[in-house]
Design a protein around this ligand. Structure first.
Ligand code: PMP
Length: 406
């Protein structure tokens, strides 16, 4: 991949921040958008803005066709069996809230849900909210100090009461890749019950080749904005048999078959989970982002990002006083670190003065910070357009910052 050429597709990468050329290393929070995506959104509003699924008029039909074509693209991208298994949501957060709301309604007293210690708050709080006042237990799969799941604990945690296991494929706070496929396999060997498996793929989708059938998951959640697409749109993939039985999440237009004051019947999946007017322009932009990623090839992106990750890890490890948090062998997309006793916020602020954008804080994963007994970390996260020069500038700047803060 010619990263210099690729960078030209992303207008924002050419701007200055604090009078310095921007080096954007906050891709785990959100990725930048290529011109192809930006123009597709503009084209929609200029030329065929109309509500979908509702009109016989031409514009509505064009919008609907394009909107549904993207569903097919997503299906192919994650290798779902059918496009009806792709539900549009606002993002990972809404996908997990939908699942937590719908699935917990069918749980019985004494049932158990397993999540891990390194989850993003959006894979913790929805379960807490929906289990409140019910006798349903949320059990925690602990992490080891390198950030990986402590799989020896699986035997103790999984029981005949386990009904749901919901895990992140890649930790957003540490960048650690978790072998969810293997874990689900082991979980199914331990218990004889039918356990539903959910993947929070927010950080998996941009950095790994995702095949939902191969993963052996029942549900896969992700946000489009983490993979070069607009904000406000995301996906819940669910196996068709399960979606057909699930209770709708929100009520409104489009999700019904027939409404009367006596009895309302629901539409088929995916529409029964898509109440109200969707974000059509964002779906159109999402389609362009997938096209963009496919044109480069996800395998090429992964190979490039692996090299960047290795190089960045080496350079950072050579900075005196710098400590990587979650120093696991399999990582993707992000490196979390601390410098001596300095506060990550100071590191982030000083780097910003040099035009370098990183993230600092608890990264919406406070239990991870509690595990390490730290208030937060500084996190640099990468994308397909991150090159070696970016890493050199970042590491050199970090060296200066480390000297200033120690
Ligand atoms: N899970 C993980 C692992 C994430 O990284 C994020 C985003 N930081 C989310 C969930 C929530 O995603 P969103 O805010 O796009 O809904």
């Amino acid at each position: 991949m010619d990263i210099k050429e690729i960078k030209k597709d992303f207008p924002i990468l050419g701007i200055n921040v604090n009078k310095k050329p921007l080096i954007y290393l906050d891709n785990a929070a959100t990725t930048q958008k290529p011109i192809q995506v930006i123009e597709a959104i503009s084209d929609y509003y200029r030329n065929y803005n109309a509500n979908v699924h509702r009109g016989v008029h031409t514009l509505s039909q064009i919008a609907t066709d394009k909107f549904e074509a993207v569903r097919e693209q997503i299906k192919n991208f994650i290798n779902a069996k059918e496009s009806s298994e792709i539900i549009y949501t606002r993002g990972t957060t809404e996908s997990i809230n939908l699942l937590a709301s719908s699935l917990t309604k069918t749980l019985q007293e004494g049932d158990e849900i397993i999540i891990s210690e390194s989850e993003h708050h959006s894979n913790i709080v929805p379960w807490q909210l929906n289990c409140e006042g019910k006798n349903i237990k949320i059990k925690i799969l602990p992490i080891r100090d390198d950030g990986s799941y402590d799989l020896d604990e699986l035997e103790n945690i999984v029981t005949e009461n386990t009904r749901i296991v919901s895990l992140a494929q890649v930790s957003n706070s540490l960048g650690v890749v978790h072998r969810v496929k293997e874990i689900f396999h082991r979980v199914r060997k331990i218990s004889h019950r039918n356990i539903l498996t959910i993947v929070d793929g927010a950080q998996g989708i941009p950095h790994l080749k995702v095949d939902v059938q191969d993963l052996g998951c029942d549900f896969y959640c992700f946000s489009a904005h983490k993979i070069y697409a607009p904000m406000g749109i995301g996906v819940l993939y669910g196996r068709k048999e399960l979606l057909e039985e699930m209770i709708p999440y929100q009520g409104g237009g489009e999700m019904i078959k027939e409404v009367s004051f006596e009895k309302t019947t629901y539409n088929v999946a995916p529409y029964r989970f898509e109440a109200g007017t969707p974000s059509v322009a964002d779906v159109i932009g999402f389609g362009k982002a997938i096209e963009y990623v496919n044109s480069l090839g996800i395998e090429n992106i992964i190979a490039h990002e692996d090299k960047i990750m290795q190089y960045a890890t080496e350079r950072l490890k050579n900075i005196e006083g710098l400590r990587i948090i979650g120093d696991y062998k399999e990582k993707a997309g992000a490196i979390s670190f601390l410098i001596g006793n300095s506060h990550p916020f100071d590191v982030g602020t000083l780097l910003d003065q040099l035009g370098i954008a990183i993230r600092t804080g608890h990264h919406c994963a406070q239990p991870v910070m509690q595990h390490y007994n730290i208030p937060g970390t500084a996190r640099a996260s990468f994308a397909l357009y991150t090159d070696f020069e970016d890493i050199d500038k970042f590491a050199d700047a970090l060296k200066r910052v480390a000297l200033m803060l120690q």
